[in-house]
Design a protein around this ligand. Sequence first.
Ligand SMILES: Nc1ncnc2c1ncn2[C@@H]1O[C@H](COP(=O)(O)OP(=O)(O)OP(=O)(O)O)[C@@H](O)[C@H]1O
Ligand SMILES: [Mg+2]
Length: 212
Amino acid sequence: MIDIKNATKKFGSTLSLDDVSLTFNTNDYVALMGPNGAGKTTLIRLILGYYHPTNGEVLIYGMNAIKHRLKVLEHISFVPQLPPPIKLSLDELMSYVCASAHIKREEIVHFAKEMELDLEPNLSKSFFKLSGGMKQKMLIAISLAKKSEIIIYDEPTANLDPKARDNFYRLLKQNENGKISLFVTHRLDEIKEIVNRQIFMDLGKVVSDEKI
Ligand SMILES: Nc1ncnc2c1ncn2[C@@H]1O[C@H](COP(=O)(O)OP(=O)(O)OP(=O)(O)O)[C@@H](O)[C@H]1O
Ligand SMILES: [Mg+2]
């Protein structure tokens, strides 16, 4: 369970999140929507313990997202809006995530294949030299291989071509129940088959939250 209690985040005079309270339970599959600058990524970064809230707190299975960050992150698969500038080769990256997050390499290879990312010829290539879509496919493959209880995707399809998008949604539909998923998206039509709750944010606040 994710419990966001009166979370406020300010950057200088910018109020990015304004007293947001939300609870996500098992089997909540959420489309998180809203205009640019609404605070969606900020909310996700609070859940990941990446930002300290200015006020309020975020609990994941009862653990504070900041104080117990490493423990909390064990439960979460996350694909960011912009891929990080990882300098490791794909081979090194796989070794690293397998060792640090108890992921099986063959699972990454499996999901990369499902995403039509050709790993073999790119194993010695740096992650940051991949194309935008290839990076996204690699991060998606790792996220699916991790098999976490909480899955968070911040606009994961922005760089994907239509075929890759179809592959991604097909894989998500195969996901077993009993999880919490948050999808930041501007296109509800693409994910409406895999979400059951829609949250709309604007100006740092939740303006609607409904079952769909
Ligand atoms: N690290 C930061 N430093 C300063 N301001 C920030 C920072 N992160 C976010 N903000 C500000 O917080 C507000 C919300 O940004 P956020 O990235 O959460 O929006 P978003 O809803 O994810 O938008 P988009 O759809 O464009 O991704 C914006 O005004 C942004 O400039
Ligand atoms: Mg964002």
